[in-house]
Design a protein around this ligand. Structure first.
Ligand SMILES: Cc1cc2nc3c(=O)[nH]c(=O)nc-3n(C[C@H](O)[C@H](O)[C@H](O)COP(=O)(O)OP(=O)(O)OC[C@H]3O[C@@H](n4cnc5c(N)ncnc54)[C@H](O)[C@@H]3O)c2cc1C
Ligand code: FES
Length: 271
């Protein structure tokens, strides 16, 4: 990346409505962008502002990129109004993603909830593309109700994969949902792997990350093998402004992916 402040002109190729509050945007930057899953980009809406998002698409696809955006405020509302053919700015990739080299040869458990499933989709495709490098891959996903799941058609396809052990849950069931009902922590006990050596990746709302992490440690995962994605409020995205501080770290530059041992003593991690 030559100039981290310079947004690259980017065309909106497609807009997919995932849920009542989340849309996926397929983007085509004027210059191809390579990213590692877990890294983030800053998306600029001209005249409105910019906000950080973690690409949800396959990292091996360089010409286009997808971001899945939840509507929560000023910038994300404007992003939700974008249509095919609109132009936005994109800068990045920024920060540190998942260290796939370190994961090789290990059993991997990926756990996500709500909008956290967006960055994890990118990681799952990276794991699928290299699945022979990992001993076993487990995926556990949760949402409030079945209507809140992102990528429903794709996860239905994932469920058929021989190289993946997958389970989904919802907090609140209804007639249309035939699967498990309960918090994400209730579908972790049947992950049969060597917890002491295994790698766990967790992404989701802070409260879900907190209780998932505590459960994983209870099962026997080591602090240094639990990877968390810290979506702190950001501004510059490149370690200059201090907005995203976590103890002695800047989430934008030293993260957003951290192992639990690095940040566990900072009270702000679950805020
Ligand atoms: C590294 C990183 C990756 C992210 N990836 C995604 C993603 O893939 N998809 C997605 O939908 N969102 C993601 N977010 C969150 C997203 O950046 C915020 O939702 C967005 O900045 C809100 O902007 P806004 O102007 O719409 O909201 P505002 O009007 O600024 O605020 C609305 C609400 O959102 C909260 N908020 C504002 N900025 C952030 C922030 N950076 N992180 C968390 N909460 C915030 C505010 O506290 C407030 O409660 C990510 C954030 C970070 C830091
Ligand atoms: S966002 Fe400016 S230092 Fe992290």
């Amino acid at each position: 990346m030559s100039n981290p402040y310079r947004p690259i002109k980017t065309e909106v190729l497609d807009v997919i409505t995932e849920t009542s509050t989340i849309k996926t945007f397929r983007l085509k930057p004027k210059e191809p962008i390579s990213f590692i899953s877990g890294q983030f980009i800053e998306l600029t809406v001209p005249g409105v502002g910019e906000a950080p998002f973690t690409p949800s698409s396959r990292p091996s696809v360089k010409e286009t990129m997808e971001v899945s955006v939840m509507k929560v405020g000023k910038v994300t509302e404007k992003i939700h109004e974008l249509k095919k053919g609109d132009i936005v700015g994109l800068r990045g990739p920024l920060g540190k993603g998942y260290p796939l080299e370190k994961f090789k040869g290990n059993e991997i458990l990926v756990v996500g909830g709500g909008c956290g499933l967006a960055p994890l989709r990118s990681l799952m495709y990276e794991l699928f593309d290299n699945s022979k490098d990992f001993k076993n891959i487990f995926f556990r996903g949760g949402c409030k109700t079945h209507k809140d799941f992102l990528f429903k058609d794709e996860t239905a396809e994932w469920a058929k994969r021989k190289d993946l052990n997958m389970r989904l849950t919802v907090d609140v069931g209804d007639k249309a949902w035939k699967g498990h009902v309960g918090l994400i922590t209730t579908i972790l006990d049947d992950v049969k792997m060597d917890y002491k050596k295994g790698i766990a990746v967790v992404c989701g709302p802070p409260i879900a990350m907190k209780f998932t992490t505590l459960k994983l440690l209870d099962l026997g995962f080591k602090d240094e093998n639990v990877y968390l994605s810290m979506e702190k409020n950001m501004s510059c995205g490149i370690g200059k402004c201090g907005h995203c501080r976590i103890g002695t770290y800047y989430a934008c530059k030293d993260g957003p992916v951290f192992t639990y041992d690095k940040i566990k003593n900072f009270h702000e991690i679950w805020a």
